[in-house]
Design a protein around this ligand. Structure first.
Ligand code: ZN
Length: 493
C-alpha cells in the first residue's frame, strides 16, 4: 500500500466514525428515551475523544509528508488538502483548551436555555464571557499571521471567507434591503392571516409528498419529528426531521422542504467520494444555499404555491382563503418581528447582518459582553423600527453563542446570496421551470442543482463551487434583484 492508500483507509474509518457520532445526535433528538440523557452524554464524549485523537494522530503527519501531491489526480489532491487542513487546525489548539471549550460549551446551552426562559441576562452573561474568552484564545491559536481573529473562527464553517470580505458583501446588501423593507411597510397592503386547523396526521402525509416532489430519495432517507428540525448524515443515510403545528401548516411545510434541500445535497454527492473528506457538503454557506433555494426561490414561488394551494384544499377542505393569489401573498407576508427563525425573506438577512457585526466586534475585543444587550437593542431599533421588549426576544433568542458558534451566523446570509446566484442561472437554463413547479414537481430543478453543485461534494472551494455552477463569481446582486422583483409585485411597489 502507498502512503496515500494508507491515509485514505484511515480517513475512511474516521468518516465512518463521524457518521456514527452524527447518528447518536439524530437518535438523541428523535427517539432516545428521556432517561438516557446522562449515559448518552458519556457515549458522545467518548466518540468525540476517539475522533479528536484520530484527527491529531502523528501517523497522519507522516503520511502527509510521504505523499507527492503531483502524483495524484484532482480528487486525490483535494482529499489531501482537506485532510491536511483539519489535521493542522486540530494540532494548533492545545488539548487543554479544546477540553475546556468542550466542557464550558456543553454546560453553556443549558444555562442559556434557563436564562432565556427566565428572561434573565445576568444568569447567562458570566458564562458567555467565559465562552468568549476561550473562543478568542482558540482563534489566536488558529490565526494565520495578519488576519483578524474572527477569520480563524469563520474558517471552520466557510473556508476561504474573511470578516472583511463578508462585511463588504453585506454593506452592498444592506441599503437595498432597508429600502425594500420600508417601501413594503409603507405600501399599506394588508395580507390576511390563516385562521383554521390543519390536523397533524394529514400534515405529516403532505410533508412526505413534498419531500418526494423535491426529489428526496426515500431509499437512503427517512422523516421523523423533532422540536427543532434538522437533517443528519451523508452518503446513503441522509435523514430529515420536521415539526407540526396544527394552526400553522407552513411550519411543517417549509421546514420539511428546507431540510430536504440539505439532505438532497448530501444524497447528491458523487458516490465515489462516499465516506471520504470529499463526501459531504463543502461548507455551511453552500449547504444553506441548497436548503434556501428549495424553500424560498422554488417552494415559495407563485408557481409552486399555486399547486400547493390546490393540494391543501384537497387535503384540508376550505381554509378561508379565496384563491391561489391570496395564498401566495399569505405565504410571503412581510412583517417585522423579533425572532430570526420566524423572519420572512426580506427581514431575514437584516437579522443576520446585525449578528455578524456584533459577534465580529465581540471577537475583536471592541465590544464586551456587558454591553452586548444595549448594542443589540440599539441596532434592532435602528434596523427594524421596533424596541426589543424583553431579552428572550433580543440577544437571548439564539442558541449559537452559548455553544461557542462564533462565525456561524454569516453563513446563513451567504447561503441566501449563493441561492440567489444559483436561482438566476437555473431559470436561464430551465425555461419550463414554472410549468414544472405549477404541477408540483421540483425534481428537474433539484436535478440541475445535483449536476451543477451537489455531486462535487468538497472537490472545490465554496465560492468556486458556486462560480463553476453559475459561470460567474458569487455576489449579492441576483438575490437583491429577485427580492425586489418578487416583493415589488406582491406589494404593488
Ligand atoms: Zn438550514
Amino acid at each position: 500500500m502507498s502512503p496515500f492508500d494508507d491515509l485514505m483507509a484511515f480517513a475512511r474509518e474516521t468518516a465512518a466514525l463521524q457518521q456514527v457520532a452524527g447518528r447518536l445526535s439524530w437518535d438523541q433528538e428523535t427517539v432516545m428515551p428521556r432517561g438516557a440523557a446522562a449515559q448518552r452524554a458519556e457515549e458522545m464524549a467518548a466518540m468525540e475523544a476517539v475522533l479528536h485523537a484520530r484527527a491529531t494522530d502523528p501517523r497522519v503527519a507522516d503520511w502527509l509528508a510521504a505523499i507527492d501531491p503531483a502524483a495524484l489526480d484532482a480528487a486525490g489532491r483535494a482529499q489531501l488538502r482537506l485532510i491536511r487542513r483539519r489535521h493542522e487546525r486540530m494540532k494548533r489548539v492545545p488539548a487543554r483548551l479544546a477540553a475546556e471549550i468542550a466542557r464550558v460549551t456543553s454546560l453553556g446551552q443549558g444555562i442559556w436555555a434557563e436564562a432565556r426562559e427566565a428572561d434573565d441576562p445576568g444568569a447567562f452573561l458570566p458564562t458567555l464571557a467565559e465562552i468568549l474568552r476561550l473562543k478568542r484564545e482558540e482563534a489566536a491559536a488558529l490565526a494565520a499571521t495578519g488576519g483578524e481573529l474572527y477569520d480563524a473562527l469563520l474558517d471552520d464553517y466557510e473556508p476561504g471567507a474573511t470578516g472583511a470580505g463578508l462585511a463588504a458583501m453585506f454593506a452592498a446588501l444592506r441599503p437595498r434591503l432597508v429600502a425594500l423593507r420600508a417601501a413594503i411597510l409603507g405600501s399599506g397592503r394588508n395580507v390576511p392571516v390563516l385562521a383554521a386547523r390543519f390536523p397533524a396526521e394529514a400534515q405529516l402525509r403532505l410533508a412526505r409528498e413534498l419531500a418526494t416532489a423535491f426529489g428526496y430519495d426515500w431509499q437512503t432517507g427517512r422523516l421523523d419529528l423533532a422540536v427543532h428540525p434538522f437533517s443528519s448524515g451523508s452518503g446513503t443515510d441522509c435523514r430529515i426531521t420536521t415539526r407540526v403545528c396544527e394552526t400553522d401548516p407552513f411550519s411543517c411545510i417549509y421546514s420539511t422542504i428546507h431540510e430536504v434541500g440539505h439532505a438532497a445535497y448530501e444524497q447528491g454527492v458523487d458516490r465515489a467520494f462516499l465516506l471520504t473528506p470529499l463526501g459531504a457538503g463543502v461548507s455551511m454557506g453552500v449547504h444553506e444555499s441548497q436548503s434556501r433555494i428549495a424553500e424560498n426561490q422554488l417552494g415559495r414561488s407563485a408557481a409552486f404555491t399555486g399547486w400547493l394551494f390546490g393540494r391543501l384544499r384537497e387535503v384540508f377542505g376550505d381554509f378561508g382563503l379565496a384563491d391561489a393569489g391570496t395564498f401566495y401573498a399569505v405565504v410571503n407576508r412581510v412583517t417585522p418581528g423579533y425572532i430570526r427563525t420566524e423572519a420572512d425573506e426580506v427581514h431575514y438577512n437584516l437579522h443576520i447582518l446585525m449578528r455578524f457585526d456584533l459577534e465580529r466586534a465581540l471577537i475583536a475585543g471592541d465590544l464586551g459582553t456587558g454591553d452586548l444587550e444595549a448594542a443589540w437593542n440599539d441596532r434592532f431599533l435602528a434596523d427594524f423600527g421596533v424596541a426589543v421588549d424583553r431579552p428572550r426576544h433580543g440577544f437571548l433568542q439564539d442558541v449559537h453563542w452559548s455553544v461557542g458558534l462564533f462565525g456561524y451566523f454569516p453563513t446563513y446570509t451567504l447561503g441566501n446570496v449563493y441561492a440567489g446566484c444559483l436561482h438566476a442561472a437555473l431559470r436561464a437554463d430551465l425555461p419550463d421551470l414554472d410549468d414544472q413547479l405549477a404541477r408540483g414537481d421540483a425534481r428537474p430543478a433539484m436535478a440541475w442543482l445535483r449536476e451543477r453543485v451537489q455531486r462535487h461534494g468538497g472537490l472545490y472551494q465554496p465560492a468556486e463551487t458556486i462560480a463553476r455552477a453559475t459561470g460567474s463569481a458569487p455576489g449579492p446582486g441576483p438575490l437583491l434583484d429577485y427580492l425586489e422583483a418578487k416583493f415589488g409585485a406582491l406589494y404593488g411597489l
